[in-house]
Design a protein around this ligand. Structure first.
Ligand SMILES: Cc1ncc(COP(=O)(O)O)c(C=O)c1O
Length: 294
């Protein structure tokens, strides 16, 4: 089914760009931007539910922390970013959608060193319904193992939501899609289960909720929310090192992330799962929470 793509540089609306709203098509940067050549960029992905950004402040704080991990400071404080996001959502009349703040080193200096480069910040927002097609999501997505591994924390700033860390995610996702799957799972540098290409993972083993310890990949805001919801349901939550063979013992598996929300997994190569009672209960609780009045 061919879907008509609306290019992201040719849309109506407004983008917040270094302190002010500009017309969507005018939010441009130069081809000699440091970030494009050397991946000196950090970003966020957030969802708007019923006009409100879920866990907005946590995302703004993570953006600032991600930048610091890459050695730069945002030229705007968390409070200013909060106001800017609200202004952008309002200007674009987004009720249910997605917010993408990004900060990057500019074009003042070219070469590995970029000490004199300006730090830029932009915020865009758009309607983005479901990360995976709803009909596939209902029975669980098909996932395959990636050949790429999450790097060790002393080889990359793995706690940062940094653009450079997504190079292997895109390669993994493309390989999976080309082979007929919806996503790929990545092991970490030790060979333990890490995460999917843009979401964290959970296994349900005999009613317990198990998830890998995030010591070399993003400790997702949705992941932490789901762990809290599971505890409220009196499910035992176990955060630990998980080996891929342990998928054979799991009855349910799901992914969590701002874009993916809670997405059931139907299969990972030879392993099969069903979107069972634990996954369904957590989806229900999550949907209620994101739309709960402040
Ligand atoms: C690689 C990766 N891991 C995990 C997550 C989940 O993070 P969060 O729940 O904060 O969106 C994301 C999505 O942002 C991601 O891109």
């Amino acid at each position: 089914m061919a879907q008509k793509l609306i290019p992201f540089d040719d849309r109506d609306g407004f983008i917040w760009f270094n302190g002010q709203l500009v017309a969507w098509r005018e939010a441009k940067l130069h081809v000699l931007s440091h970030a494009l050549h050397y991946a000196s960029a950090v970003f966020e992905g957030e969802r708007v539910y019923s006009g409100r950004i879920f866990k907005s402040r946590e995302h703004s704080e993570r953006l600032a922390r991600s930048a610091e991990l890459l050695g730069f400071q945002l030229p705007f404080g968390v409070d200013e970013i909060e106001l800017a996001k609200a202004e952008t959502v309002k200007a674009n009349a987004i009720v249910d959608g997605y917010v993408r703040p990004i900060a990057w080193r500019g074009s003042e200096q070219m070469g590995v060193s970029a000490q004199a480069s300006r730090i830029n910040v932009a915020i865009a927002t758009w309607v983005w319904p479901s990360y995976f097609p709803p009909e596939i999501r209902a029975k669980g997505i098909r996932v395959t193992m990636s050949k790429w591994r999450r790097p060790a924390p002393d080889t990359a700033p793995t706690a940062s939501k940094a653009a450079g860390l997504y190079m292997i995610c895109t390669m993994s996702k493309h390989a999976a899609e080309s082979a007929g799957y919806q996503d790929a799972l990545m092991l970490d540098w030790r060979g333990q289960l890490a995460e999917a290409t843009g979401a964290n993972l959970f296994l349900v083993i005999n009613g317990e909720v198990h998830t890998p310890t995030p010591d070399c990949f993003l400790d997702g805001i949705t992941r932490r929310t789901v762990m809290e919801l599971a505890r409220r349901r009196q499910f035992k939550v176990v955060e630990r090192a998980i080996w891929p063979e342990e998928m054979a013992k799991a009855q349910e598996m799901f992914l969590t992330g701002t874009a993916a929300e809670i997405t059931p997994v139907g299969e990972v190569d030879q392993y099969r799962f069903a979107p069972g009672p634990v996954t369904k209960a957590l989806i229900e609780d999550f949907e209620r929470l994101v739309r709960a009045p402040a």
